[in-house]
Design a protein around this ligand. Structure first.
Ligand code: ADP
Ligand code: MG
Length: 687
């Protein structure tokens, strides 16, 4: 039974709506009815037959055709989740995992976490022995291999959204191919929106023997089967800008307003890049709506990005009352991972946030970069779900034709490979250069990753995991530099403090954005700030949060994101348990910030920078690599400019900015990493 959602209408009354999407022309269909109208339903028998008879099945189908929500259910209905084994379905994004699992549980009429569950990092909503369909991130499935290398818990593994070519998806495909040789009964489904199905299919053939024919007598064919599910999309009219837009955020906001003023009813989906620009756009549009007066605005603006609260997530999917238009401002997640019914207009900024790694400087950045033609096409397609739609591209046609790349570069080829290498090593795969990659990463990146791991003491001279450090670092589901920091904090006696820091660093931001002025925010921050830097400041915030009894009011007053702090407390608890499993007792250093900073350096010594003594003020250079960097304005050390610092991460906008910075003494660097830094001895020959 569809669950009613209560929405306030403009007159202040209350309306009841079905939470189920209303496919136009069908009214409020039952969930079962909706399931049967999805394009994949026609292929149900074919899919089940192919999975039965082939080790690998590749399914290509337009976004919204029902791949993610339906296929795992078909498999369960056909008995693939019996006998204690599960059907797994991976997604590159956490929010997608949560969202589809919730939807499938609803369709099956079960409580989430029972027959249908999900697992993302630090959050396991499954019940052993009960869960039959499990959604999880590709990264989590990789981690599961460490304890269960053949993934024996699963009968079928569906690697979804394969066209995204996320780092973990590519690694997973390479490893699953290996597992298949040991477990012929395991079935793989590779599904995606658009994909070069042929090259994916070739990849799954044995490297040496390219079989032409399916083998006989009951053993499944090694030749993957390919199935295409036709879409049901409508025509989308595309328009471009005459001149390039100087500011895509402003352009997006004014395009939304003109659609709202001039075009007939229908929801609007806007593609921006990340939480910052999305929050800014939501604020601009909401202010504008308020200016026009509540009654005439008729527009509800909703952000969509990972880290969103449950309530906001639900709002994204709930249908609007008649006469009201929904405007969803989203990251790439709405490109293919999630389908929003009712979208008729798409506004495409032409950008997304992407990882880029430079092995020479060893710097990985998350940058706003142009999307590919393939992505632009997907984005436009979102406008044609329920009726013919329109897509407004915030770039020129000439740019699209002449400059936009046809395809994106797989993440594997633009990432720091430290985490990947350590995982392969932990799985006993020693010849990393010879691994059967779907797209080979550059040798420079691999060598750089080996170097970093060696300097962290995770790998020895023969590139084998060290014991116990290497194995312990591999065991912790965090960046190896963070894991090393945690392990060292044990020796230094400050692990209580360091796991708090690790938990805070693993979420985007603990500060509230988009409320109050910058001045108010800065003042709030100042209440916790210390000269030692951001990490120590975070410890003060966490202490304050605990002292307030985890109070929402306290968070509100101090411009701290309550949801984020709750998450921090949860992650910290998970880390505490993990430490216990690793046999590590937590110790507190009781405010000795020097040892805390030394523990941070044990993991992050490679991120040390020195203030340039001459020239423009505030310029730092990385000690290894001499890259010019600056302290990010959000840091408590912005304008303080200590001589020596260590940063957590870099963001690249117009400059390289260091986010989360501590002040250090340079002697701590040589102490923590003598193999990496040496104090310069005066050269006698020079005198
Ligand atoms: P695909 O994986 O092929 O892109 P999905 O299985 O995700 O397709 O979606 C199939 C249908 O289910 C879509 O029409 C979508 O609108 C609907 N749907 C999926 N998730 C939700 C949700 N959380 N709420 C409402 N409808 C949903
Ligand atoms: Mg999907």
């Amino acid at each position: 039974k569809p669950r009613p959602v209560i929405l306030d209408d403009e007159e202040g009354g209350v309306l009841f709506f079905s939470a189920a999407p209303s496919i136009s022309g069908y009214g409020y269909a039952s969930l079962e009815g909706q399931r049967q109208r999805l394009p994949v339903f026609k292929h149900r028998t074919a899919i089940l037959y192919l999975v039965e008879s082939h080790a690998t099945t590749i399914i290509v189908g337009e976004t919204g055709s029902g791949k993610t929500t339906q296929i795992p259910q078909y498999l369960k209905e056909a008995g693939w989740a019996e006998g204690g084994r599960m059907v797994a379905c991976t997604q590159p994004r956490r929010l997608a995992v949560q969202s589809v699992a919730t939807r499938v549980a609803e369709e099956m009429g079960v409580k989430l976490g029972k027959e249908v569950g999900y697992t993302i990092r630090f959050e396991d909503i499954t019940t052993p022995g009960v869960t039959m369909i499990k959604f999880l991130t590709d990264g989590v499935l990789l981690r599961e291999m460490m304890n269960d290398p053949l993934l024996t818990k699963y009968s079928v593994i569906m690697v979804d959204e394969a066209h995204e070519r996320s780092l973990s998806t590519d690694m997973l495909l390479g490893l699953l191919k290996k597992i298949q040789r040991r477990r012929p009964e395991l079935r793989l489904i590779i599904s995606s929106a658009t994909i070069e199905a042929k090259s994916m299919s070739n990849y799954f053939l044995p490297r040496k023997k390219r079989q032409e024919q399916a083998s006989e007598n009951g053993t499944p064919s090694t030749q993957p089967a390919i199935l295409s599910v036709e879409g049901q999309g409508f025509v989308v009219e595309i328009s471009y800008l005459e001149e390039p837009a100087p500011d895509y955020l402003q352009a997006a906001v004014s395009t939304v307003l003109s659609i709202h003023d001039q075009e007939p009813m229908g929801d609007i989906l806007v593609f921006l890049t990340g939480q910052d620009d999305i929050d800014a756009a939501v604020q601009l549009l909401t202010e504008n709506a308020q200016k026009r007066g509540k009654h005439s605005s008729g527009m509800l603006v909703i952000p969509l990005y990972s880290g969103l609260s449950r309530a906001d997530q639900d709002l994204v999917f709930s249908p609007m009352p008649k006469g009201k238009r929904k405007v969803v401002i989203s990251t790439n997640i709405a490109e293919t991972s999630l389908t929003l019914e009712g979208v008729v207009y798409v506004v495409d900024s032409g950008f997304s946030k992407q990882r880029f790694y430079n092995p020479i400087t060893n710097i990985e950045n998350l940058v706003v970069a142009p999307i590919s033609k393939a992505s632009a096409k997907q984005r436009a397609g979102r406008a044609g779900r329920v009726r013919p739609g329109k897509c407004f591209r915030l770039y020129t046609e000439e740019y699209f034709v002449k400059e936009m790349p046809a395809e994106g570069i797989p993440e594997m080829q633009r990432s720091n490979l430290v985490s990947s290498v350590i995982q392969l090593k932990a799985l006993g795969i020693d010849n990393i250069l010879g691994f059967d990659w779907l797209a080979s990463p550059s040798p420079e990146s691999m060598i750089r990753a080996l170097e970093v791991l060696y300097s962290l003491g995770v790998l020895d001279e023969d590139a084998k995991l060290t014991s116990p450090t290497g194995f312990q670092v591999a065991e912790i589901p965090l960046d190896p530099m963070i894991s090393k920091m945690i392990l060292s904090s044990n020796e230094l006696g400050c692990s209580e403090e360091i796991i708090t820091i690790a938990a805070i660093l693993s979420i985007q931001s603990i500060w509230v954005s988009g409320r109050g002025s910058q001045k108010e925010l800065d003042e709030a921050r100042l209440r916790f700030s210390v000269a030692e830097g951001d990490h120590i400041t975070y410890l003060n915030v966490y202490q304050g949060f605990l002292r307030s009894g985890k109070s929402t009011q306290w968070c509100h007053k101090n411009f701290i994101n309550y949801q984020a702090m709750k998450k921090v407390a949860e992650i910290r608890e998970q880390l505490r348990k993990l430490m216990k499993q690793l046999g590590i007792n937590l110790k507190s250093c009781d405010k000795d910030t020097q040892v805390i900073r030394k523990a941070i350096i044990a993991g992050f010594f490679a991120h040390a920078c020195r203030l340039e003594p001459f020239g423009q003020s505030g310029v730092y250079k990385t000690i290894r690599g001499s890259q010019e960097v600056y302290i990010h304005p959000s840091s408590v050390l912005f304008r303080v400019n200590p001589k020596w610092v260590v940063y957590h991460s870099l963001v690249l906008t117009e400059k390289h900015y260091m986010r989360n910075v501590i002040a250090i003494d340079p002697s701590w660097l040589t102490e923590a990493a003598p193999h990496f830094y040496q104090l310069q001895k005066p050269n006698p020959a020079m005198f």
